[in-house]
Ligand binder design. Structure first.
Ligand code: G3P
Ligand code: MG
Length: 254
């Protein structure tokens, strides 16, 4: 009997410039205010960090704990959405943004899709919840983007999260995030059927770019905030740059 063919690698139309956590540091990261500001500055593509509440709802937050960017305390993934939704995720940044709530992934998707924007969802699991987070985030992303021409890109530093995503939504493109070139990392990207690698910008050079090209991956980098770094990476030919410097790097023509 013929074996079913494996799901082909899904590609992603990679924008040149991607705004990190919404609008980098100009507004409270990973809040709708940040995405609105990034869009107002001309950005058409965004990165965000997503994890699960205790009752399994995907929402935006970078850290595992609440202290740095919200009025809450402790491990974010230990609280149900009913508690997380009451927190102030803006006052830590500035008075202007006092009371800004944590967004759900569904809420951000409404803003992204209504405005014809692109999203890179970084799956940022609470430690110990890697596979479940990948599964749930990918399943919800598949629902939210159903029927859309351009899907979200699902990325993670954690291979287990990408494997979970692959199990529930194999058709959504995946990217392995790399903060170092750990042994076997490129083989892992192959095994996970990734469409891209997203490396710390200092790791990207001509040799790694050539390896990405030969594997059929997009070569993306984070977090590029200095003009000299951007010039080097653009000259190298990387596909996408994730940046906080949304007020200095104009995305026009990206
Ligand atoms: O997705 C790229 C970048 O966001 C990864 O690092 O720590 O800013 O989420 P971090
Ligand atoms: Mg991130």
């Amino acid at each position: 009997m013929a074996q079913p063919s494996p799901t082909p690698i899904q590609t992603w139309p990679c924008p040149r410039w991607i705004a990190h956590r919404g609008a980098g540091k100009l507004a409270p990261e990973n809040t709708l205010a940040a995405f609105r500001l990034g869009a107002a500055l001309g950005y058409r593509a965004f990165e965000c960090d997503v994890k699960l509440s205790a009752d399994g709802l995907p929402f935006l937050l970078h850290d595992a704990t609440l202290e740095r960017t919200t009025s809450g305390q402790g491990v974010a993934g230990d609280l149900p959405w009913s508690a997380l939704s009451q927190l102030d995720a803006g006052s830590w940044h500035s008075r202007l943004h006092a009371g800004e709530p944590l967004p759900t992934l569904a809420g951000l998707a409404r803003f992204i899709l209504h405005n014809g924007l692109q999203l890179n969802i970084e799956i940022k699991p609470t430690p110990g919840q890697e596979t479940a987070t990948g599964r749930v985030v990918a399943a919800q992303a598949a629902q939210l983007w159903a029927g859309q021409v351009v899907p979200p890109l699902l990325s993670s530093f954690r291979p287990e999260a990408l494997q979970g995503a692959r199990e529930t939504a194999p058709h959504l493109p995946r990217a392995l995030l790399l903060d170092s070139l750990w042994p076997g990392c490129l083989d892992m990207a192959t095994q996970l059927g990734c469409a891209a690698i997203v490396t710390h910008h200092r790791l990207m050079d001509a040799g790694l770019l050539a390896q990405a090209r030969s594997a059929g991956w997009l070569a993306m980098v984070y977090t590029v905030n200095e003009a000299a770094d951007a010039e080097r990476l653009l000259a190298l030919g990387v596909d996408g740059l994730i940046t906080d410097a949304v007020d200095r790097f104009a995305p026009a023509g990206a």
